[in-house]
Design a protein around this ligand. Structure first.
Ligand code: WT7
Length: 651
């Protein structure tokens, strides 16, 4: 891949290079040596339940203490049973009696360059107001609030307001289609929809309200829609159903006590792709999730009160839930939110933001780093990034080349890099270096966090040897774990707990090296990772075959320089001819069915899909073709793989 103008990358790239934590970093860290990490890890491992129980008592506010730390009826966990707490209280009220009440909670910048800073006190007031708005529309504990909004402070305010009154939020990334919103609203039986008139993206307006209108036509459970004015366009407002955000908030009192909620009260649902066509509503609850987001934030980012922390993820993903909102705010941190694209107006927007706000910790995705490399070092070098002290990555494995670039060019060779492995299901980071304690190896997420007990097993459930690939599992429940799939206990059991009885199956392959370092080796199912986001190939296939011209479709992930994986689809038509127009129509169709993030990069037409004798699509062959490893021969418009298929036996 391209290395921008930093030509030295290849020569410094070596497997097993070890980057010990800089001494100065370690001496100022909460956990400042490998021995300190190991001691904490061993203590947690000896009695994980007691370990988490003690932390929960220390770290969360309890209206009523819990009387049992863990009730484990496999695969259903209840943490901190009998306790009463509130996530919004832990994120806001607990700081109001300290000096932090006037600390910046959220520093926000919109894509056009507008700025807002909310102190803890101000954020508290806004959250109370919006919580009262929700109440005034009849929202009670347990109701589901669907959120389809741009990255504005109001998005965080809405999440915290739900948490305050025990409503369950379901944030849907603002790149999803009307179809996807409606599917999720119906699955969750959402009662209220939150959106905005639009969002800014690369200088253009995304008309979110128009998309929501289409979705609400198919979401019969949604009674009200609250619309934030963000871009100032003039969306249609349906009398009785739609309300302007500011009209309601202006009327609302800023006094709203946090509800005393059960530890296991549902906090949010977040939909993610599984190995079937239907997205799963991952369910997280109150106390365990809150503790886990807070502690992992403090450990992994070695948080200090004077830090300015920027996680670049959108709140539409779990990373935004845990490390833009809940982790940082529980810890009393200053969290940065940015609305727009990294290349608007120029390709140096991230570095400009870091310089402007003197950001200390940057947490972003490998796909973004690869794009930055391509855009060139000069964008980075133009800016003073000396405020940075720690860098992080998430979403997919990082290739050593990108790691070294991030380390050298962004981190000035002085900032440790935390490569964090986790999932929507895990609620927070599971494996990552502790930056003051663990020497890093480019491409490895290194070691499990205290209280996390992974293993690598073969399909029969036996441990594999050193450097042998196998299934990554968790052998003990942890507080941040999902509590199930919304409304589908069977699928929860089947997907995560049945292949290896009694263990949580993450769905990733991994190996452990001779130093006990973990290396993630990719998914074991038909889930692909496009630009750090999970997509099921079957979802893309279902979208394609719902088009009247398509007979059959196969979607696979192929290597992509920037996105990690790109989507290649192979299509047989039942009507119409292969053409550029048809290709574009199918891309548009997938965009309409799922959203822009699922639009295939390659659409190839074939007269038949290559299949094994038992009728299974030969995915490996298609992957080789998509990667260009197999020459198909003369490919005018309609490809023919029968000859290739007959040379292979993949039954
Ligand atoms: C899947 C989870 C975790 C928040 C963002 C994605 C892959 C994630 C890493 C990493 C290698 C990684 C895994 C995982 N993944 N982080 N540091 N190294 N792979 O959340 O959409 O739930 O996806 O992303 O395959 O299972 P998600």
């Amino acid at each position: 891949m391209s290395a921008g103008n930093s030509g030295q990358i290849d020569s410094v790239m070596q497997e097993n290079r070890l980057f010990p934590p800089p001494e100065e970093f370690s001496s100022n860290s909460q956990i400042g040596s490998f021995e300190a990490y190991q001691e904490l890890y061993d203590k947690a491992k000896a009695d994980p339940v007691a370990f988490w129980g003690e932390l929960a008592r220390q770290e969360l506010h309890w209206f009523e203490p819990f009387n049992e730390t863990l009730d484990w009826q496999e695969p259903f966990a209840k943490w901190f049973v009998g306790g009463k707490t509130n996530v919004s209280y832990n994120c806001l009220d607990s700081h109001l009696s300290t000096w932090r009440r006037n600390k910046a909670a959220i520093i926000w910048e919109g894509e056009p360059g507008d700025q807002r800073t909310l102190t803890y006190q101000q954020l508290h007031r806004e959250v109370c107001r919006f919580a009262n708005v929700l109440k005034s529309l009849g929202v009670v504990a347990g109701d589901v609030v669907s959120i389809y909004m741009p990255m504005t402070p109001e998005l965080a305010i809405a999440m915290l307001a739900c948490a305050r009154i025990g409503a369950v939020h379901s944030v849907i990334f603002a790149g999803f289609s009307a179809e996807s919103i409606a599917d999720r609203n119906n699955d969750a039986q959402a009662k209220i929809q939150l959106t905005s008139d639009g969002a800014w993206r690369r200088g253009k307006v995304l008309p979110l309200k128009a998309t929501v209108d289409e979705a609400l036509d198919k979401s019969p459970t949604v009674e009200h829609c609250i619309v934030l004015r963000r871009v100032g366009n003039d969306p249609a407002m349906k009398e009785g159903r739609d309300h302007w955000w500011h009209d309601l908030v202006d009327e609302a009192s800023d006094n709203c006590e946090a509800a005393q909620l059960d530890s296991e009260s549902p906090l949010f649902i977040l939909y993610t792709s599984g190995s079937t066509g239907k997205p799963k509503g991952i369910k997280h609850t109150t106390a365990g999730y809150n503790l886990y987001a807070k502690k992992t934030f403090q450990w992994v980012f070695d948080h200090k009160d004077e830090d300015i922390f920027w996680c670049t993820a959108d709140c539409g993903w779990i990373t935004g839930h845990s490390y833009v909102v809940y982790g940082p705010l529980s810890a009393g941190a200053t969290t940065v939110m940015y609305e727009g694209a990294p290349n608007w107006p120029e390709e140096d927007r991230f570095w400009e933001l870091i310089e402007k706000y003197r950001i200390n910790i940057l947490y972003t995705a490998p796909t973004a780093i690869r794009a930055f490399i391509k855009w060139g070092d000069h964008h980075v070098e133009k800016h003073d990034l000396s405020s940075l002290r720690l860098l992080g990555t998430v979403g997919e494995g990082i290739n050593p080349e990108a790691w070294i670039w991030y380390h050298n060019i962004v981190g000035g060779e002085r900032c440790p890099i935390v490569d964090t492995w986790w999932q929507t299901e895990t609620g927070g980071i599971m494996m990552s270096p502790l930056p003051g304690a663990i020497a890093t190896k480019p491409g490895s997420c290194t070691k499990p966090l205290p209280g996390v007990l992974p293993a690598i097993l073969d399909p029969a459930g036996n441990p594999v040897g050193e450097n042998q690939g196998g299934w990554l599992v968790m052998t003990h429940p942890w507080p941040g774990m999902l509590r199930g799939i919304w409304g589908d206990d069977d699928r929860y059991r089947e997907q995560y707990w049945s292949k290896v009885p009694g263990k949580y199956l993450a769905g990733d392959n991994a190996r452990v090296d001779s130093d006990g370092y973990y290396w993630i080796m990719g998914r074991i199912d038909d889930v692909i990772n496009v630009a750090g986001h999970r997509l099921s190939t079957i979802e893309v296939e279902s979208a394609l075959v719902s088009h009247s011209a398509v007979a059959e479709a196969a979607a696979i992930g192929r290597t992509d320089e920037i996105k990690g994986q790109a989507i290649a689809v192979f299509v047989t038509l039942k009507e119409g001819e292969p053409s550029e127009e048809m290709r574009n129509e199918l891309k548009l169709h997938v965009r309409k069915e799922i959203g822009a993030l699922a639009v295939p990069d390659d659409v190839r037409f074939t007269n038949t899909l290559p299949k094994t004798r038992s009728g299974k699509i030969m995915r490996r062959l298609l992957r080789d073709i998509a990667e260009g490893k197999e020459e198909v021969g003369d490919t005018s418009t309609l490809e023919d793989y029968t000859a290739l298929a007959s040379l292979r036996d993949e039954s």
